[in-house]
Design a protein around this ligand. Structure first.
Ligand code: PAF
Length: 294
């Protein structure tokens, strides 16, 4: 496995490739089983697999966890090598944003709701760095996780709007045995918070069961999930959304069409997010890839 830190090295490695079947798994490191599912899908479907490890400062709002964000490059590289990754890009902030950098990618409407409404600038940071990865690596397919469903919608909109020649594949959320979605930020939870954190998935599941029993009223489905969260003292719900999976606009009328049920909650200083598609049978690689975003 080759590890490169500069744009020139990455360009040279990319130019030497004789295949178009390149899979890209962008990450911020602190790898867990969720990331590995992206790398494994990329490995299974391509001749060459590229991963990135970069804690992208521009997607952290001022005063949040940029400095605290877990980093362990030697561990991450060992995991990627064992998973059969071929090339890893591990740039510094100066490599990605050299002096004089002044170009950003703004995906407007789908960035403004949900996470975007609470994390100003976040999706501009994500879209800009991901556009750079796409330009530098020119993959056939890039792999993203369901857990950041809005990120998928934003990136797909960017790919469509800017005619970027690649496919976006979406891999289902990987969960701990109690249902907590894997996230590099789960290490911030203390033992009591970690125990309670499975309630996010329980809230989603309760609404999904109501859906399967025939409930289609968006307000009632949102209420069912919110009531589960509100039953816990240590959890402060930020939003419970039932939205169109392509536009992310909130739904108000009952529908049998696919919906994205997503939520965010704070446990102390840690913010957790999770989501499921309704109907629940869509929460597969194929269902997610066909349903989330344009
Ligand atoms: O999902 C992430 O880890 C990040 O947002 C990404 C896509 C690697 C961009 O920094």
């Amino acid at each position: 496995m080759q590890v490169v830190e500069t744009v020139d090295e990455l360009r040279r490695a990319r130019a030497a490739l004789r295949t178009r079947r390149i899979g890209l798994a962008p990450t911020m490191g602190a790898l867990h089983a969720g990331h590995m599912s992206l790398v494994e899908a990329a490995r299974a479907e391509n001749r060459f697999v590229i991963a990135t490890i970069f804690v992208n400062p521009t997607q952290f709002e001022p005063g949040t966890d940029l400095n605290q964000y877990p980093r362990d490059l030697p561990r991450d590289l060992a995991i990627l090598e064992a998973a059969g990754c071929d090339l890893v890009f591990t740039p510094t902030p100066e490599v990605v944003y050299p002096r004089g950098f002044q170009t950003t990618v703004t995906v407007s409407e789908v960035s403004q709701v949900l996470e975007g409404a609470r994390r100003p600038g976040h999706f501009q940071g994500v879209a800009t760095v991901v556009a750079k990865y796409f330009n530098l690596t020119q993959p056939k397919t890039a792999y993203f996780g369901q857990k950041d469903a809005q990120q998928v919608v934003v990136i797909r909109r960017m790919v469509r709007d800017l005619n970027m020649p690649l496919k976006i594949a979406v891999c289902p959320t990987v969960r701990e045995p109690d249902g907590l979605a894997m996230s590099s930020r789960n290490v911030y939870l203390n033992p009591r918070q970690r125990e309670q954190s499975a309630v996010l998935y329980r809230a989603l599941q309760k609404a999904a069961r109501a859906y399967e029993a025939g409930e289609r009223n968006p307000n009632r489905l949102r209420r069912i999930a919110r009531d589960v969260l509100e039953a816990y003292d240590g959890i402060a719900p930020e939003y419970v959304s039932l939205a169109h999976p392509r536009t992310l606009q909130e739904l108000n009328n009952p529908t049998d069409a696919p919906m994205l049920l997503s939520l965010a909650a704070r446990m102390g200083t840690t913010r957790l997010i999770d989501n499921v598609l309704l109907p629940p049978h869509l929460n597969t690689r194929e269902g997610l890839t066909a349903t989330l975003g344009v």
